[in-house]
Design a binder for this molecule. Structure first.
Ligand code: PLP
Length: 411
């Protein structure tokens, strides 16, 4: 990380001072591109020198409504003037309303609120343990997760994340996690035992490369869990809130989990996480079993309510689907013209180009030319723009991308 190529990139003078402060005083856990983003509006952000960028990263699938959406800003302002935080020792109006909304929009009966994706995963792991403990089945402790999954960075979620690169230096991890290949039902059949308490899966893997599970796989996992008395947990931290063209990715699979984790886009940019479950499992979370000081605070919940109102508005998701289909079609054109592209895949506005070589240079080239994209797993370009992205902005990116990829083809 230390001597990363990003570290060596040229910096624009207006951004230089802040970059220096970061390097001197902020923990070095992030490899950052050399721009300071100071302002955002819709699908655009500006750096400190005033240069605009069209944002196809969305703060990592957070800004699904774009930057500073007026309804979200208004809700935050209004709530901030009334009550920002109060403890869960008391009832919180926007929290109760948000829980009602989330349960009415999903399979779930009850919600536990926290502040991030990783915390939602921790909550799901703890709830699973407690559920089987309450049933007198404390021998059920094994959790099956998938290779190339990503569930977060705290120790429980890290243990669930089946990618060696995130584990190095932090072992020993939590015991009793079993990793199997993603989208391989046979592997799941082999791995599941009467000791399995849960199968945890992202229906569409995000950080792992935008890998889309087959419908038969997700339905097969459900049957397998039912047969073996294990819980099915969907991690929708990245795939939720319209990203796939459905409110939740599980709707694409016609398969309901027992537990679902959410975060990223839920708060329209304000930190919030949530774990949703059926009454059957949630009844194990009784008073005193789990908590989060900031979980479900008035400000975050008001922002989330405003966000959900827009996403579930008339025709919103229909439009996301139409634009997503257009984006996919344009990416397929790029693939046909560029032999460096190995595969195009995606659902809704959750899209990727897999290259047969590293994609780092493409990301930098696009950034210099005013488009933010990101590269995961070294060679997968991921596109997760605000769901309100226009065809014009997509065309803009596609033209810069094809130009940039053509240079790779020539190498
Ligand atoms: C980002 C992500 C997480 C972790 O969320 P944080 O808010 O960063 O803790 C967990 N699961 C998935 C699928 C994610 O994409």
């Amino acid at each position: 990380m230390l001597q990363s190529p990003l570290h060596l990139l040229p910096r624009k003078p207006m951004n230089q001072n802040i970059i220096q402060l970061t390097e001197e005083h902020v923990a070095g856990t992030y490899d950052r591109y050399p721009i300071v983003v100071t302002r955002g509006r819709g699908c655009k952000v500006w750096d400190k020198s005033g240069k605009p960028y069209v944002d196809f990263v969305s703060g990592l699938a957070v800004n699904n409504l774009g930057h500073c959406h007026p309804s979200v800003v208004a809700a935050i302002k209004k709530q901030a003037e009334k009550l920002i935080h109060v403890s869960n020792l008391y009832h919180i109006e926007s929290q109760s309303r948000l829980a009602e909304k989330l349960t009415s929009l999903s399979f779930a009966d009850k919600i536990f609120f926290c502040n991030s994706g990783t915390e939602a995963i921790e909550s799901a792991i703890k709830l699973t343990r407690k559920y089987f403990f309450d049933r007198g089945q404390s021998e059920k402790t094994d959790i099956i997760t998938m290779c190339n999954s990503f569930h977060g960075r705290t120790l429980g979620a890290l243990s669930a994340t089946a990618q060696k690169k995130f584990h190095v230096g932090f072992e020993p991890l939590l015991p009793r996690f079993k990793y199997i290949p993603f989208d391989d039902l046979q592997a799941a059949r082999k791995a599941i035992t009467r000791k399995t308490c849960a199968v945890l899966v992202e229906p569409i893997q995000g950080e792992g490369g935008v890998n889309i599970a087959a419908p038969s796989y997700i339905r097969g996992l459900k049957k397998l869990c039912q047969k073996n008395g294990a819980l099915l947990i969907f991690d929708e931290v990245q795939s939720g809130f319209g990203r796939t063209g459905k409110l939740f990715a599980y709707e694409l699979y016609d398969t309901k989990p027992d537990i679902m984790t959410m975060a990223k886009a839920l708060g329209g940019g304000i930190a919030i996480g949530a774990m949703a479950g059926t009454n059957q499992v949630m009844k194990s979370f009784v008073a005193g079993t789990h908590a989060a000081t900031f979980g479900g605070n008035p400000l975050a919940c008001s922002a989330a309510l405003a966000t959900l109102k827009v996403i579930t508005g008339k025709n919103f998701l229909r439009k996301v689907n139409a634009t997503g289909i257009y984006f996919l079609k344009r990416l397929k054109e790029i693939a046909r013209e560029n032999p460096v592209v190995k595969e195009v895949r995606g659902a809704g506005m959750f899209l990727a180009l897999e290259l047969n070589q590293p994609g780092h240079e493409i990301v930098i080239d696009c950034m210099n030319r005013g488009f933010l994209i990101n590269c995961i797993q070294r060679n997968v370009l991921r596109f997760i723009p605000p769901l309100i992205i226009s065809r014009k902005d997509i065309d803009g990116l596609v033209s810069v991308l094809s130009d940039s990829l053509a240079k790779l083809n020539d190498n």
